[in-house]
Design a protein around this ligand. Structure first.
Ligand SMILES: Nc1nc2c(c(=O)[nH]1)N[C@H]1C(S)=C(S)[C@@H](COP(=O)(O)OP(=O)(O)OC[C@H]3O[C@@H](n4cnc5c(=O)[nH]c(N)nc54)[C@H](O)[C@@H]3O)O[C@H]1N2
Ligand SMILES: Nc1nc2c(c(=O)[nH]1)N[C@H]1C(S)=C(S)[C@@H](COP(=O)(O)OP(=O)(O)OC[C@H]3O[C@@H](n4cnc5c(=O)[nH]c(N)nc54)[C@H](O)[C@@H]3O)O[C@H]1N2
Ligand code: SF4
Ligand SMILES: [Mo]
Length: 732
């Protein structure tokens, strides 16, 4: 019997596609994008289009395994599997609970560290039963800041919330800036809306130090020096304010701190900004004028600009632009970073942080995931004695790779990895547990690049002995003797609980409806400001910090279909209720309450550049998802740049480097040998390489040997794009 099952792609990608999986005799035979999903529009990215290869990969982990050799990557001739013996689930669960109990008795519960991130963004398998379990154990908490927390704090310092322009509205834009946003690579479902706008005459500008696929398609490409975006935004605001191109009415109604900003931008004339950014003063003036006058103008800014030492400030500065020109009022205006702030699921009900209080009588300590290397090697009181990894591949994705590996090799560290594949991280696991893919379990899916909620149905039985994250932590809780009812909760009940939230935008959205309708747009009728907003007075409805709107909701699907303009009439969730050009809350944290540019210490303008004059972009692969998919041959084929170091001829020539030469890239943290590609993708002074599994890289090292544990100015996030290196010809 053939069936077509609706699911939702749970990978860490803004698009959260609706997918249709065809099942024949219990086996998945086809995957396609859901044509009915308004953003997926029937197509998938290249990697997920090949998902059957991933699900049925011969590399899938199908049963629990115990290490039988010492920790570390296997040699070229030893199959990775030879490092393990098959065991039963009972043996695996017993071993984990016994070890955990012994470690808790000797070192305390906080010596156990969970480590998870974006393997699945499903609401349940991303963060629910796992969190309950570790809270009940009293394990250390993980600060999950490897990706987006600097940008999140930056945008919230102006808007108070992570909301923005929905993808569908880009079709109405006349001027589109992709700012540190590789739309073609990382967010491909926005592209058709941009194309639609361009057919109607819109201009696409790309600001990125790397000539991405998106940059190649742009009407105007502006290469910028890494980490200088705050300077550029301040330069643009200088021009906009000096030339009276700002929206005085919008600012008067809905913003605070304009006078402070006006005073501050005096310090950033285009000529000065050009020196930092590498963008000519004339281009800065032109960009400012076009952006402020070609209505509606929208900015798609992605997380690229905030992976820099002062990434929070950079995001803060860019977020001020639509507030300054009032483009939030316009259909096709505004800005998009992440829309995840709209979903307001009942997270507390899923995660139950109160269980931690019961375990310890206080909140457990927090370990930053970016600093895993330090945590494993130097943390005391208590030391990390057990590491439980799921939804993540830290031996590939974590910065300061050499320290991470040194820590993972510790023989006294008990490491469990719940995975779909034998990854770089399982090379250091004592136990490996088999994990389902989204074909094999049910979940609830939100998004960060659109406003639709979906249910992802289970399409087929789990392969082998695979279990979902929810099932594993449920089973572990039982073994640990945790009797709390919450550990017996079913998946459906957890989905109901997640949707049971005071947030009015979820009003009327139930599991039953989602199962029938597949995707449902958030119910914005309660805060519906509409396209005709300009000229209307401030709206009554005010959204509280918990996302609760003060006016009762009335729901109708017709209303739901109309565009959502979150800030057309203010409604900012900052302490002042206005867009904050001045933020009192930043001052006590030693941050500039207005906005300022300081070059990253580790950059060509910074103090740490001495001896390491090249800025490295340790980039994502266009066809992988961080480290995921690197092991699927059909997807790997799409990435010819793996193992290469892209550089400019002006940097290659004086070093005697030619296209194709082996080169050594190094800094005080590590070194890696790559092949030089002198191909015009980066400006002088910048080099770039792609993230890959260490296992597939020369010397079993990946590009994160060069990245650092340094945290950003806001949000304690990673600084993958503030890295200085030197490069030389490699002579073995
Ligand atoms: N194909 C694919 N899709 C993905 C991912 C993937 O690995 N592959 N990863 C997913 C994840 S986890 C995330 S967080 C999102 C991230 O999506 P993005 O935020 O788009 O991710 P990045 O590629 O880190 O950065 C975007 C661009 O910023 C540029 N950039 C770097 N430094 C600077 C700078 O200082 N200034 C400016 N203006 N630009 C800079 C980079 O060259 C890059 O082209 O994408 C998701 N989608
Ligand atoms: N140099 C460099 N490093 C980076 C980045 C970069 O741009 N450059 N990007 C950073 C960013 S933005 C991010 S978000 C992080 C991402 O880092 P991670 O969140 O670790 O992302 P992935 O590399 O995709 O690894 C996720 C793993 O989870 C597994 N998995 C998938 N689904 C499930 C499941 O249901 N259960 C279990 N148990 N496992 C599952 C997958 O097989 C995969 O191995 O990487 C960061 N690291
Ligand atoms: S990875 Fe992103 S673009 Fe690809 S199918 Fe999943 S959600 Fe869609
Ligand atoms: Mo990310």
């Amino acid at each position: 019997m053939n069936r077509v099952v609706h699911a939702a792609c749970p990978h860490d990608c803004p698009d959260a596609c609706g997918v249709l999986i065809t099942i024949e005799d219990g086996r998945a035979t086809k995957i396609q994008g859901d044509p009915a999903h308004p953003v997926t529009r029937g197509f998938l990215c290249a990697k997920v289009a090949k998902y059957l290869d991933r699900v049925y990969s011969p590399g899938r982990v199908l049963y629990p395994m115990r290490r039988v050799v010492s920790k570390g990557p296997c040699g070229a001739d030893t199959p990775v599997r030879a490092a393990f013996e098959q065991i039963t689930w009972d043996e695996a669960l017993d071993e984990i609970t016994q070890k955990f109990k012994r470690i808790i008795a000797e070192f305390g519960a906080e010596s156990i560290l969970p480590y998870s991130y974006g393997g699945t963004l499903g609401a349940l398998n991303g963060a629910s039963m796992d969190r309950r379990f570790f809270h009940r154990v009293g394990a250390s908490q993980l600060e999950r800041s490897i990706c987006s927390s600097a940008g999140e704090e930056g945008i919230k310092s102006v808007l108070g919330v992570k909301l923005g322009t929905e993808p569908e509205q880009f079709a109405h834009s006349r001027y589109i800036i992709a700012w540190g946003a590789n739309i073609h690579g990382n967010n491909v479902h926005l592209w058709p809306f941009i194309e639609e706008a361009r057919r109607k005459g819109a201009k696409l500008v790309v600001i990125d130090p790397y000539r991405t696929r998106t940059a190649k398609c742009a009407d105007w490409y502006l290469p910028i020096n890494p980490g200088t975006d705050a300077a550029l935004a301040l330069g643009l605001m200088h021009v906009i304010i000096h030339e009276n191109l700002y929206d005085a009415d919008y600012i008067a109604r809905y913003a605070v701190g304009f006078d402070d900003l006006k005073a501050r931008v005096q310090e950033y004339p285009p000529e000065k900004v050009a020196g930092w950014t590498g963008i000519a003063a004339s281009d800065i003036r032109k960009l400012a004028r076009e952006y402020a006058t070609q209505h509606p103008a929208v900015i798609r800014v992605n997380y690229g600009i905030q992976r820099s030492e002062r990434g929070g400030m950079a995001m803060r500065a860019v977020t001020m632009l639509p507030c300054l020109i009032g483009s939030w009022k316009e259909l096709g205006g505004g800005l998009q970073l992440s829309l995840s702030g709209a979903f307001g699921l009942n997270r507390a009900g899923l995660e139950m942080p109160e269980l931690m209080q019961r375990a310890l009588g206080r909140p457990a300590r927090t370990v930053n995931m970016v600093q895993l290397g330090s945590a494993l090697n130097t943390l005391n009181d208590p030391p990390v004695k057990a590491l439980f990894v799921y939804n993540s591949n830290p031996a590939a994705v974590c910065p300061n790779h050499n320290d991470v590996i040194r820590g993972l090799k510790r023989t006294d560290l008990f490491t469990v990895v719940h995975e779909q594949f034998l990854t770089d991280t399982t090379d250091y696991a004592d136990l490996v547990l088999p994990a389902t893919t989204f074909f094999e379990h049910k979940d609830l899916q939100t998004a960060y690049g659109h406003y639709y909620v979906q249910v992802s149905n289970q399409a087929m039985e789990p392969l082998g002995e695979c279990r979902s994250n929810v099932d594993v932590f449920r089973a572990l809780a039982e073994r640990m003797g945790f009797e709390d009812e919450c550990f017996r909760e079913s998946v459906d009940s957890m989905i109901d609980r997640a949707l049971d939230s005071p947030n009015p935008w979820l009003k009327g959205i139930t599991r039953g409806r989602l199962e029938r309708e597949n995707h449902i747009r958030l119910n914005f009728s309660t805060n519906q400001v509409g396209a005709a907003a300009p000229g209307r007075g401030p709206q009554q409805a005010r959204v509280s910090p918990a996302g609760v709107v003060g006016r009762p909701a009335e729901r109708s699907s017709a209303e739901n279909a109309s565009p959502f303009l979150p800030f057309a009439q203010g409604n900012f969730l900052t302490p002042s209720g206005k867009a904050e050009f001045y933020s009192e809350g930043l001052k006590p944290r030693g941050l500039d309450p207005v906005v300022a540019f300081t070059p990253p210490e580790e950059s060509r303008h910074g103090a740490k550049a001495a001896g390491f004059p090249l800025e490295l972009l340790a980039r994502k692969a266009d066809n992988h998802l961080n480290s995921s998919f690197a092991n699927v041959p059909a997807v790997r084929e799409l990435e010819p740049m793996l193992g290469q170091l892209e550089m400019h001829a002006a940097d290659a020539r004086p070093r005697g480097i030619h296209d194709g030469d082996p080169v050594r890239a190094f800094n005080p943290r590590g070194e890696i040998v790559l092949k030089a590609r002198v191909n015009g993708s980066v400006p002088p002074g910048v080099v770039a390489a792609r993230l890959d599994w260490a296992r597939f890289s020369p010397g079993a090292r990946n590009i994160n040997v060069l990245t650092s544990e340094k945290l950003t100015d806001m949000g304690n996030a990673a600084t993958f794009y503030s890295v200085c290196v030197e490069v030389e010809l490699f002579r073995p």
